[in-house]
Design a binder for this molecule. Structure first.
Ligand SMILES: [Zn+2]
Length: 214
């Protein structure tokens, strides 16, 4: 059984790397963002709660996040292990997690702030069908137009220099204490996230002592 936490700033490829690992090692991927999205889309009670919080312009609180992760882990459908993404978000949650689960490692995807800025500010999505683009890695065939439907590509409203700077500050402020707790237990494997997807994945596996992908 393998139990991991994956941490990294937005744009670090955390979701993608988690998915690649989960797929090859039969891990259950527990991504807090995806769980919330599912609840909102399926109009569950929790979804209504999340929607209310977001409508007021606030971030979903740490307590709600913790409740969701606990509930998900309590399903015990993770026969070969799990990889958690988006949790823990503060020192208390990290302590709880360490006490409750015998984790094998924390994958810390390290991406310098200026690279985050470069990646995030290059994000675009289609104003009609919602398809995602990135002007660095997946630029559209025709500038400013969606490959699939031809509609205009737009930036997300909160992908501005200023908003991103504030998100980065917030991320470091919250994440550093969590990493410190895990570091004390020597659980943290820091991986340089600047490289190609496949190379980053190999480096993760190397550090965790997992077999390389075929
Ligand atoms: Zn489109």
């Amino acid at each position: 059984m393998r139990k991991y936490v994956i941490m990294g700033v937005q744009g670090s490829g955390k979701g993608t790397q988690g998915t690649m690992l989960a797929r090859d090692f039969d891990l259950v991927q527990i991504a807090v963002g995806d769980i919330f999205r599912w609840h909102v889309q399926n109009h569950s009670k929790l979804g209504a709660q999340v929607r209310r919080v977001m409508a007021s312009g606030e971030l979903v609180g740490d307590d709600l996040v913790e409740a969701v992760v606990r509930q998900r882990l309590n399903e015990h459908d993770w026969n070969y292990g799990f990889i958690v993404d988006g949790f823990p978000r503060n020192a208390n949650q990290a302590e709880f997690f360490l006490e409750s689960y015998d984790i094998d490692g924390v994958i810390h995807l390290d991406l310098p702030d200026d690279e985050v800025r470069r990646r995030v500010l290059a994000r675009r999505s289609c104003s009609r069908c919602g398809m995602d683009y990135n002007l660095i890695a997946q630029s559209p065939k025709v500038e400013g137009r969606c490959d699939a439907c031809g509609a205009e590509l737009i930036s997300r409203e909160d992908d501005t220099e200023e908003a991103l700077a504030s998100r980065l500050r917030d991320y470091h402020e919250k994440t550093n204490p969590v990493l410190d707790i895990f570091r004390r237990k020597e659980f943290v494997f820091t991986v340089d996230a600047r490289g190609e997807k496949a190379d980053v994945q190999q480096e993760i596996r190397k550090q965790l002592g997992l077999p390389e992908s075929q």
